[in-house]
Ligand binder design. Sequence first.
Ligand SMILES: *[C@@H]1O[C@H](CO)[C@@H](O)[C@H](O)[C@H]1NC(C)=O
Length: 178
Amino acid sequence: MSEKKMSSSRKHHLKSLMLSIAKVLLEEEEREQQEERERYMAENCPPVSMPRSMQELQDLCREINHKIDSIDEERYDLDMKVNKSNKEIDDLKIKVQDLMGKFKKPVLRKVRMSADAMLKALLGSKHTVNMELRANLKQVKKEVKEEDKELRDVGDWRKNIEDKAGMDGRKKMFEAEA
Ligand SMILES: *[C@@H]1O[C@H](CO)[C@@H](O)[C@H](O)[C@H]1NC(C)=O
């Protein structure tokens, strides 16, 4: 078993760890959005009491008209904010591309060292652990397969969230709920 294998399963493990943390954060964010939406609706859309006279009906119309105006203003402000953020995201993407272009991969020298030699160097006299490690590695390999599946699920799940993100997605969600 080479040292390359070890680092790739470790990489895999770290990646799945990061993804699972990101998953929790995204779930939290989604829950907060849902709560915020409910709070907003309760505050801004209380149940309508049916008008019982012409006067009440006219009052209701005036009130609704007024609400439409103020909500349209709010929508416009939010639209502007979204546009501004989108522009910032585009600018940052360009910057990232610029930086990637400038970044030169350093030339790495190959170090020829067996896993045993590496363990000996790292652990010194405790080198005997390596048999245990090897047994563990076999187990890790199996786990990686499981993680692969999990990663795919997380991938799909993230796409789901992406679909829900952005103005269009939000609109779709909203329409689906209505
Ligand atoms: C935001 O951008 C969209 C599309 O680029 C545009 O149609 C809209 O008018 C913009 N909104 C504001 C408030 O500038």
